[in-house]
Structures are given as structure tokens and as C-alpha cells.
Ligand binder design. Structure first.
Ligand code: IPE
Ligand code: IPE
Ligand code: MG
Length: 248
């Protein structure tokens, strides 16, 4: 598929990606796992460029889960330095291209230098109005929901309010993603069919796309194929197919 094969009137606003398979890519090529991650960082950069080209407005990249802290120390520290170096060098020209960076996850667990590097780029790009790149870092969907509940309880303790005011909308305003629309499309690479604690609340009605491709091999064409597939789904939101087609 090519960009021209896509329906320009049905480009998802927000695409979320579980970038999985760096380790297996490395193994396949007889390399160290960290080389797989370095290659994965290049694929992430390319995915950002493709998102920009296709007119997607938000892309969320799952870079490091809360559970990933349990990996061997050497892999974790290697990933942390890769993160700082790639954010520092990749975002210079992305910022010039009007890209805005946001992160979601528990920043307090990150090493100080990583946090500072990221915060600087987030600040520097905050006024940009082009593509928003959201990096999920030290992220857990369940943790995010628990934090949102705590936020609400804290607000209640400071100034009690009518509990019946809490609905899906007000709850979602307390998530990391308060200002971000839900993803229409979620892509996971490497042939694993699971969510791994990613955006549990936000993907309730996302279209899921799984591919066998390992993340470092995920190309522009693969991205376009995923969007093409998405455009040929029928999103019913609980209604019948007939109801959806009558509206057209
Ligand atoms: C995804 O690749 C990157 C991170 C989780 C940081 P993996 O490192 O999980 O690769 P596999 O699953 O071992 O192949
Ligand atoms: C999910 O990948 C997290 C990221 C892609 C950053 P994992 O490789 O950690 O997922 P599981 O543990 O195999 O489900
Ligand atoms: Mg994995």
C-alpha cells in the first residue's frame, strides 16, 4: 500500500504503538539486545515521520513499561542512556518541524538526567502546533487509573463536591491523557497478541492491529498497511451494521 491508497478523509487522529520485538530482532541478527533497542529507536523516528506525512495528529509510542524496570540492570541502564541520547538528538529537528513532545508515565522513577532531558524538550516544544508525539515511559495503565482515582479523592478532600458529578468525562480528565483524544488505532508488532498494561482506559474502542514484523523492521509501508486496514474496519460502537450504513 502507498500513501495515495489511503482515504484522506479517514486518517486516524491518534495512533498508539506497542513497539515490541527489539530483543528478538537482535537475536536474529546475532547482536546484543541493546543493539536491537538502538535499531528500534531508528524505527521510532521513522514512525514519527510517517505519522507526520500521513497527517496523523497524535502518536503515542510505548517505549518503556513500569514492568520493564524488572529487566536486568544493564539492559535498563542501556535503555535509559539510549532514551536520553535519542531524545536529545532526534528532537532538535523535530522541534523545528513544529512537533510537540509529551510523556505519560511515572517520571519520578526515571534517573534525574533522563527526566531533566525530557522535561527540557517538553518545555521547548510546548507551543508547537504540529504532530504531538507522546512517549509512554515508565508507564502502566493500571497505575494511571489508580493515580486518577487518588487525584479525585485529593480534590474531594480539599473541597468536597457532589460525587454524582464524577462521570467518564471527569474521570478521564484526571488521567495522564486528559488533553489527548483516545487512539482510534493501536498497533502492536512482533506477533504478540496482548496489551501489556498499555492505555487500558483509552483503548476501550480502539481498533487493534497486530503484525508479525519485529519493531526495528517496521517500515513506512507497514504503517500505511495498518492505517489501510483500519480504514476498512466497520466501527459500530455497539450499534448494528445497518444503523451504521443508514447514516452514510
Ligand atoms: C520492546 O522490545 C522494547 C522494550 C520493551 C523496551 P523487547 O525488548 O521487548 O523485545 P523482545 O520482546 O524481547 O523481542
Ligand atoms: C511492552 O513490551 C512494553 C513496550 C513495548 C515498551 P514487553 O516486551 O515488555 O511486553 P511483555 O512483557 O512481553 O508483554
Ligand atoms: Mg517484548
Amino acid at each position: 500500500m502507498l500513501k495515495e491508497d489511503l482515504d484522506q478523509n479517514n486518517i486516524p487522529k491518534h495512533v498508539a504503538v506497542i513497539m515490541d520485538g527489539n530483543g528478538r530482532w537482535a537475536e536474529k541478527h546475532g547482536k546484543q539486545r541493546l543493539e536491537g533497542h538502538a535499531q528500534g529507536a531508528k524505527a521510532a523516528r521513522q514512525a514519527v515521520e510517517t505519522a507526520h506525512k500521513l497527517g496523523i495528529q497524535y502518536i503515542t509510542l510505548y517505549a518503556f513499561s513500569m514492568e520493564n524496570w524488572n529487566r536486568p540492570e544493564s539492559e535498563v541502564s542501556g535503555l535509559m542512556s539510549l532514551l536520553t541520547s535519542s531524545i536529545a538528538c532526534q528532537f532538535k529537528d523535530l522541534i523545528e518541524n513544529n512537533v510537540r513532545l509529551l510523556t505519560i508515565g511515572d517520571n519520578t522513577l526515571l534517573p534525574e538526567n533522563v527526566r531533566q532531558e525530557i522535561e527540557a524538550v517538553v518545555k521547548e516544544s510546548e507551543k508547537n502546533t504540529g504532530l504531538t508525539v507522546i512517549i509512554a515511559l515508565s508507564y502502566s495503565g493500571r497505575y494511571e487509573i489508580v493515580q486518577a482515582t487518588k487525584n479525585l479523592l485529593k480534590k474531594y478532600a480539599e473541597k468536597p463536591f457532589d460525587i454524582s458529578q464524577i462521570d467518564e468525562k471527569t474521570f478521564a480528565e484526571n488521567l495522564y491523557t486528559a488533553q489527548i483524544p483516545d487512539p482510534e488505532l493501536l498497533i502492536r508488532t512482533s506477533g504478540e497478541f496482548r496489551i501489556s498494561n498499555f492505555l487500558l482506559w483509552q483503548i476501550s474502542y480502539s481498533e487493534l492491529y497486530f503484525t508479525e514484523k519485529l519493531w526495528p523492521d517496521f517500515s513506512e509501508e507497514d504503517f500505511i498497511n495498518a492505517v489501510y486496514d483500519y480504514q476498512h474496519r466497520e466501527r459500530r460502537f455497539g450499534k448494528t451494521s445497518r444503523q451504521i450504513n443508514e447514516k452514510k
